[in-house]
Ligand binder design. Structure first.
Ligand SMILES: [Zn+2]
Length: 213
C-alpha cells in the first residue's frame, strides 16, 4: 500500500511555505510511476513552486515490490535502523501472520539501509536479476586493489543491460568500471557455495566480513 504524509517546508531561497509530500511507503508493483520517481530522485526532491529552487529532502520510506519480491526499508537517520527493522517485522506478523523467515522462504529479499544511493541501487539490481551480495564483493575487490580517494561506489545502469560501478567523491565521478553479465555470472559461480546467508544489511561492512572470515 502506498502511504503518504505531508510536511510544510520553507523554501531556503524565497521563504515561501509549501506542503511537501512524503511517501512513507510505496507499492512499486501497483504504482510503477512512483518507482521511477524514486529512481530519478524526484521523490526526495523539493521544488519551490514560486522560485523553482530545488533541495533534497530525505525521509524514511518502505519500498515494496511484490512482483520482484523485494522489500527495502530506507531510514534517513542511521540511528533508526534497528528500530525500523523491528517495526517492519512486527507489522508483517500483525497484518499477514508472516515472519521475516517466511518471506525469505518465499523468495523475498529484505534490505534495510540508511543510504539513499543504496536504496536506488538495490531496486535497479533486482530489476537486472543481479545479487547485491555479489556486487558488494565486486566493489570490495575493486576498492582494495586500487588507491582511489572516493566517498562511495554504486552500481549504475546506463541503459538496460549496460552495467557499471561508479566511484564518486562529492558530486564528481572519479572512476567507472563497466562489467558484463558474463563477469557477474563468473563471480556468482565462484561465490555461490559461500553465499548461504541472506542478511538484510548488504553493504561494504558485509563484504569486509565475508573476506576476513
Ligand atoms: Zn522559493
Amino acid at each position: 500500500m502506498t502511504k503518504i504524509s505531508t510536511q510544510v517546508l520553507i523554501c531556503p531561497n524565497c521563504q515561501t511555505k509549501t506542503t511537501f509530500k512524503k511517501y512513507d511507503s510505496i507499492n512499486a508493483t501497483l504504482e510503477p510511476k512512483l518507482k521511477e520517481q524514486l529512481l530519478t530522485g524526484e521523490l526526495f526532491t523539493f521544488t519551490c513552486p514560486d522560485c523553482q529552487t530545488k533541495a533534497t529532502v530525505l525521509y524514511d520510506l518502505l519500498y515494496t515490490d511484490v512482483k520482484q519480491k523485494l522489500l527495502i526499508q530506507y531510514v534517513a537517520d542511521e540511528k533508526n535502523l534497528a528500530q525500523a527493522r523491528q517495526n517492519i517485522s512486527q507489522a508483517l506478523l500483525a497484518a499477514h501472520q508472516l515472519s521475516d523467515q517466511d518471506l525469505l522462504a518465499d523468495g523475498y529479499e529484505i534490505r534495510y539501509t540508511a543510504d539513499p544511493g543504496a536504496l536506488r541501487e538495490k531496486i535497479m539490481l533486482r530489476d537486472e536479476k543481479i545479487d547485491d551480495r555479489i556486487v558488494e564483493l565486486m566493489k570490495y575487490i575493486l576498492l582494495t586493489q586500487q588507491e582511489i580517494d572516493y566517498d562511495q561506489v554504486l552500481f549504475e545502469r546506463k541503459a538496460p543491460g549496460q552495467l557499471e560501478l561508479v566511484a564518486t567523491k562529492g558530486d564528481q565521478i572519479i572512476a567507472n568500471a563497466p562489467f558484463s553479465y558474463d563477469f557477474y555470472n563468473e563471480l556468482n559461480k565462484m561465490f555461490a557455495s559461500h553465499l548461504k546467508e541472506r542478511p538484510s544489511n548488504v553493504d561494504q561492512t558485509y563484504a569486509r566480513k565475508f573476506y576476513t572470515n
